[in-house]
Design a protein around this ligand. Structure first.
Ligand code: KIV
Length: 303
């Protein structure tokens, strides 16, 4: 089998499979890159069918799906469970899994084997780690294990305690210098993309011009090579005051409230289910059953 037929065989749908190469070429062609998070089969399917380039199984799972108040508690097993569900749904988008807090900040060997689990057991095509310069050694080792890496700098939610809260980063000259150093270090280490979260537009634009890797912004302004948002945020399902950069593209909360309220009202009023929403016996079984019930009734009356 030739290499071409192998690739075609993997993707019978019209849209070609998105890979790290697609993402790189989009930057070169200055075509905006799209990315959304997803954590389950249904939403990942819809996001993929809409033609989004990359689906991130973000550790924001901890907050928007599991109800924790930060990303810190989510475990590798929980992330893997959701990565597998997303994997089963997605045909075309590139699936990236977030490495949870505490699974890569320590022993690099452990970091590599945790990264490999996301590909081997979760079906992810890449992993994401937070941090810049200080992650370079780990990133090189993960790449050596053949796993593509997405970087993430700026407001990195796993550093919430160190940052003293969720704060925009790179607002003064030393912050800008640090961010630029981190971005260049990640780029040189070979990441296929860099998430820039919570940084001033001007700084994101400078980094985007400086690095070869595509920058994917979230709260980083319009000059990045692409944009990522949390799925639950864009459909108003996150139960939190939206950050400045969040745009609601739909109101799933209102839709679900309306549907659930109507179901409750219909059941309580006897309006659900109707006869046409019920299964029925076949005609001959009904006739036989009626005859049996009639004989039983006659016996009772004869006593
Ligand atoms: O976990 C997450 O959702 C993220 C963002 C970049 C969207 O890391």
């Amino acid at each position: 089998m030739s290499i071409t037929s192998l690739n075609e065989g993997q993707n019978p749908s019209a849209r070609p499979k998105v890979t790290t190469i697609t993402i790189h070429e989009k930057k070169q062609r200055r075509e905006p890159i799209t990315c959304l998070t997803a954590y389950d089969y249904a939403t990942a399917r819809l996001v993929d069918e809409a033609g989004i380039d990359m689906i991130l199984v973000g550790d924001s799972l901890a907050q928007v799906v599991l109800g924790y108040d930060s990303t810190l508690p989510v475990t590798t097993d929980e992330m893997l469970h959701h990565t597998r569900a997303v994997r089963r749904a997605v045909k075309t988008a590139m699936v990236i899994a977030d490495m949870p807090f505490g699974t890569y900040q320590g022993d690099p060997k452990e970091g590599v084997s945790n990264a490999v689990r996301f590909v081997k057991d979760g079906g992810a095509e890449a992993i994401k780690v937070e941090g810049g310069d200080k992650r370079v050694d780990l990133i090189r080792r993960i790449l050596d294990a053949e796993v593509p890496v997405m970087g993430h700098i700026g407001l990195t939610p796993q550093s919430v305690h160190k940052m003293g809260g969720y704060k925009v980063q790179g607002k003064d000259l030393s912050g800008i210098e640090r961010l630029m150093k981190d971005a260049v270090a990640l780029d040189r280490a070979g990441v296929f993309a860099i998430v820039l979260e919570g940084v001033p537009r001007e700084v994101a634009a400078m980094i985007t011009r400086e690095v070869a890797a595509p920058t994917i912004g979230i709260g980083a302004g319009p000059d990045c090579d692409g944009q990522v948002l949390v799925f639950h945020d864009i459909v108003n399902l996150s139960f939190a005051p939206p950050a400045k950069f969040v745009r609601h593209y739909g109101d799933a909360a209102a839709l679900i409230r309306q549907a659930v309220g109507q179901f409750k009202a219909d059941v309580e009023s006897g309006g659900y289910p109707s006869d046409s929403e019920s299964y029925h016996l076949p005609q001959e079984t009904r006739v036989d059953l009626e005859a049996i019930l009639k004989r039983k009734e006659m016996k009772v009356h004869a006593r």
